[in-house]
Design a protein around this ligand. Structure first.
Ligand code: SDX
Length: 433
């Protein structure tokens, strides 16, 4: 090629079918997929599609919210390293940062906290709605359905183009998600619902709605309250993960934020995503003893199942959140006593990280590997774990939803397909089938 390729931010593509050459511009380390439509074998062709099942190498949007460097194990919310936020911030402050883009001033944080605090109650009709569930309904099934049903209460939420409506329903969803989750827990136990106590912190109030019994006011343990606040910070956002993709996709049709959040929570519920923390505990219980680990690992390597809590689409190094969770676990276990599953988890991690099968595939513990062990030590039932992921991730989903609605390039999400089915054929009468 005559010109120095460095001087041109573009690809030069030769279509060997026609011998024609095309210039495809490169911008932000990416090419625009639509530019490939001009590459045709015949004039009447649709043009080339870019095939990428599960979006392994496709950027679906421009976003300024969360940055991940999977090779370096870097995670930043609005430029702030997750390690610093986990040490110095609170979940509500982090939620403000994700949604507004900047850390709040003291006055802004007070106003934000009061806004959230005064919207923690759920409409009484929603309480009656939840009564319809079986006593042993899975908390996530109840949470998803109840959040969707909230769209019938807050009808103003459908006007997603109104910034005031977006703000009001952002506050409502962040405020009410702990209430919904706590109510699912009380429902499963046949216990009366505990109404929000707005004298407590966001996490303290959540613990009160879960565990308050006959005492006048619930007094959360500061250590446990802080541990959950840190876990909520770590789970708040994670760029274009499966559930955020659902939030953006459903939201792109201008559906209301409750329906979009319910769709996102439904995606999170899957064991390959936010349901993995529940799957990890079930796996560790199934292993039962350290002596059974070699046989379990052998079966995974033979394709008999997954090492739950390991692997990640983006992190090809240690998930930075897993490291922080492990440190938080030590503080929790000092108070609650060690979770016997921790020993199995640590030995399983040690063996996996020395085994070529996992090394070659760059499989490291992800955020779900240790979080369940803490949640169990804190006294949460295993089937509550995905709901504990959904509470903080609601802030991330809403930040991404708002960014999508304000994006000038926004269009309804509607991917193409490669058709591999039957070609056109005539209807076959019944007596000829
Ligand atoms: C979350 O995306 C996010 O950001 C998600 C999340 C967030 O904060 O939103 O970080 C939260 O969902 C964390 C992930 C929780 N899920 C799990 O722990 C479930 C177990 N992990 C796997 O299902 C898997 O690792 C995924 C789903 C997490 C990632 O899947 P990918 O990127 O599609 O990877 P892959 O399936 O193509 O795996 C590559 C290879 C395959 O082997 P080969 O076919 O090449 O021989 O690695 C193997 C996989 O079989 N593999 C595993 C494995 N994960 C991948 N083998 C055993 N155990 C595993 N856990």
């Amino acid at each position: 090629m005559k010109e120095d390729p460095e001087s041109k931010e573009s690809l030069t593509v030769v279509d060997n079918r026609t011998g024609l050459t095309y210039e495809i511009p490169i911008k932000d380390q990416a090419v625009n997929a639509s530019d490939f439509r001009k590459i045709k074998e015949h004039e009447r062709d649709f043009g080339l599609l870019v095939y990428d099942p599960s979006f392994v190498n496709t950027a679906s949007c421009r976003s300024a919210i969360t940055f991940i460097d999977g090779d370096q194990g870097v995670l930043e919310y609005r430029g702030y390293p997750i390690e610093e936020l986990a040490k110095k911030s609170t979940f509500l402050e982090t939620a403000y940062l994700l949604i507004k883009g900047e850390l709040p001033t003291s006055a802004e944080l007070d106003a934000w906290t009061n806004e959230i605090r005064t919207h923690t109650y759920m409409h009484e009709k929603m309480k009656m709605f939840m009564e319809g569930f079986q006593y042993d309904a899975h908390p996530m099934g109840m949470l998803i359905a109840t959040v969707a049903a909230m769209s019938t209460i807050y009808r103003d939420a459908r006007d997603v183009t109104d910034p005031e409506s977006r703000e009001a329903n952002t506050i409502r969803l962040i405020a009410k998600m702990p209430t919904v989750a706590a109510f699912t827990y009380r429902h499963n136990r046949g216990l009366p619902y505990v109404y929000p106590d707005n004298d407590l912190t966001y996490v303290g109030n959540f613990l009160s709605m879960l565990w308050k019994m006959a005492e006048p006011q619930y007094a959360p343990s500061p250590v446990l309250e802080r541990a959950i606040d840190v876990l909520f910070i770590l789970h708040a956002d994670h760029e274009q993960n499966c559930s955020t993709n659902a939030m953006r996709s459903v939201g792109s049709s201008e559906s209301d934020p409750y329906s979009s959040t319910a769709a996102a929570a439904a995606a999170l519920y899957g064991p390959l995503h936010g349901g993995a923390n529940e799957a990890v505990i079930n796996m560790l219980n199934g292993i039962g003893d350290k002596k059974n680990i070699p046989d379990f690992v052998r079966r995974v390597k033979e394709g008999e199942g997954l090492l739950w809590g390991f692997g990640h689409r983006v992190y090809k190094n240690y998930d930075p959140r897993a490291e922080i969770i492990k440190q938080t676990a030590d503080e929790v276990f000092e108070l609650t006593g060690p979770n016997p599953l921790l020993e199995i988890a640590l030995e399983l991690e040690r063996i996996a990280l020395e085994d070529d099968y996992f090394i070659e595939r760059k499989l490291y513990p992800n955020v779900d590997f240790y979080s369940g062990i803490i949640y169990q030590a804190l006294g949460f039932p295993v089937d509550m774990f995905p709901a504990l992921f959904a509470i903080p991730r609601t802030a991330g989903w809403l930040a991404q939803w708002r960014e999508m609605l304000e994006d000038k390039e926004r269009k309804i999400a509607r991917p193409r397909q490669l058709f591999v089915g039957e070609s056109r054929r005539p209807y076959v009468p019944m007596d000829q089938r």
